[in-house]
Design a protein around this ligand. Structure first.
Ligand SMILES: [Zn+2]
Length: 256
């Protein structure tokens, strides 16, 4: 079993997982991941508007930024993507369903009551003021989650992520449709290291996986749960919450 090394400088948490080739950067509940691949890296969920600055050191070590990828179009997963992509001249890839929102289709988003239901994850990590401020301002920068629908001021995305395809720039990762939280959610799966980047489909609380109760569609959430639990996940890296590592699978000890 590997153990991540966490460094809390200021309030940015940098969690190095060298065995997995992954760095997690987090402010409060907002996780952003650097996946090393080949001669460079892919960033997943550049969600806070100024995350490019937080990522500078990790990306400096990683080499070329091949792509910026999002697990869904909520602002806390895309608001930093345009600045990061511009700085590194990298393409942005969004889920295929998110692209329709850029064209004006109205996304469904969880109600405030549903959003509040994830409070156990919110109180599980120390509050970071810059994370909160970034979350609030990010809603005005890009993405959806407010009645205004999807905002986008970034460049046209490089393309749409579809189920079963490999992640652009990180071919050891496969895109898995993971709807329920939203209608445009994907997870990323690495079968070699048995690592799942679950986006917001699965959160974590106190070292346990937690299928999110913050959903727009119960039937697709149930289908996602079934599909993801068929994967022998040893390392769960959620959109919100600390990573969970298990000797067997993370599903054995999950929060019910
Ligand atoms: Zn989120």
């Amino acid at each position: 079993m590997r153990a991540g090394r966490s460094v809390s400088g200021m309030s940015l948490v940098v969690d190095e997982m060298p065995d997995l080739g992954i760095t997690r950067l987090s402010r409060w509940i907002f996780n952003c991941y650097v996946l090393r691949s080949g001669d460079g890296a892919v960033v997943v969920d550049a969600g806070l508007p100024r995350v490019a600055g937080d990522l500078a050191a990790a990306l400096g070590r990683a080499g070329t930024l091949h792509a910026v990828v999002a697990t869904h179009g909520h602002s806390d997963h895309v608001a930093g993507a345009a600045e990061l992509a511009a700085r590194h001249r990298a393409p942005i890839w969004l889920p295929e369903a998110t692209l329709a929102y850029l064209d004006g289709a109205k996304p469904r988003t969880p109600t405030l009551g549903r959003a509040a239901s994830i409070w156990p994850t919110m109180i599980d990590q120390p509050l970071d003021r810059r994370g909160v401020a970034g979350f609030v301002s990010g809603a005005w920068v890009a993405g959806y989650g407010t009645p205004a629908g999807m905002r986008w001021t970034g460049p046209p995305p490089g393309g749409g992520l579809v189920d079963g395809q490999s992640v652009p720039g990180a071919p050891e990762w496969t895109v898995v449709t993971a709807n329920g939280h939203t209608d445009d959610s994907v997870a990323l799966w690495n079968p070699t290291t048995r690592t799942l980047l679950s986006g917001d489909a699965v959160l974590t609380v106190r070292g346990q996986a937690w299928h999110t109760p913050e959903i727009v569609d119960a039937a697709s959430a149930a289908a996602t749960r079934k599909r993801l639990e068929e994967l022998p996940v040893a390392h769960l890296l959620p959109g919100h919450g600390r990573p969970v590592h298990a000797a067997d699978t993370v599903w054995a000890q999950q929060r019910r």
